[in-house]
Design a protein around this ligand. Structure first.
Ligand code: AMP
Length: 192
């Protein structure tokens, strides 16, 4: 059965790695709206130029723009057949409402939203260990608190819709993936 799931996680939570594992295991198509916007920026499209400025400010691209982009992508045959792993979308409750409508029109629904939970202290340590120039403690803290601010209403939305699964993101990649699989498989089996 084709899986339709959302993954959430702070920067440094290991989300990228778990996305690769999920795609590999369930055969769904990975959609990262951040990657899509960065690609548009590289190509120098109008969307890319507008989005680029917004991204640089750390703001969110307007909901109607994002919903349009994702709606178009979700209608493609590969996703209709194989399901989707949404990464970076939805970002707001309005995007989540729109996603629900889009899937419903297609005769589908979201199976689950997995929140990869790694404590702030730990992601701070991981990000500092990467040693990137833009990874000063202040910059990391700013990005993390922005993430928190933007994501909290979304977590509430998923919880309110009975879709949220919080997965402990501490441990090895294998350990974390085993936990993710348990919650996803349960959702697929029971559809609650
Ligand atoms: P990400 O790689 O997911 O962190 O996305 C990078 C940037 O792209 C974000 O900081 C936003 O400016 C923008 N972006 C990505 N996805 C969305 C979305 N679903 N809604 C609004 N803005 C987004």
């Amino acid at each position: 059965m084709a899986l339709r799931l959302v993954i959430l996680g702070r920067q440094g939570s290991g989300k990228g790695t778990q996305c690769a594992r999920l795609v590999d295991h369930y055969g769904c198509i990975h959609i990262s709206t951040g990657d899509m916007l960065r690609a548009a920026r590289e190509e120098g499209t109008e969307l890319g130029r507008t989005a680029g400025e917004i991204m640089d400010r750390g703001d969110l691209v307007p909901d109607d723009v994002m919903i349009g982009i994702v709606g178009e992508r979700l209608a493609k045959a590969d996703i209709m057949e194989n399901g989707v792993l949404l990464d970076g979308f939805p970002r707001t409750p309005d995007q989540a409402d729109a996603l629900e409508d889009i899937l419903e029109d297609q005769g589908f629904r979201l199976d689950v939203a997995v929140n990869l939970d790694v404590p702030v202290d730990e992601v701070m340590t991981r990000m500092l260990a990467r040693g990137r120039e833009d990874d000063t403690p202040e910059a990391i803290e700013r990005r993390l608190s922005l993430y928190e601010e933007q994501t909290e209403p979304l977590i509430d939305w998923f919880e309110g819709h009975g879709l949220l699964e919080v997965v402990d993101g501490l441990g090895t990649e294998d350990e974390v993936f085993a936990r993710v699989r348990v919650v996803v498989d349960e959702r697929l089996a029971y559809g609650y």
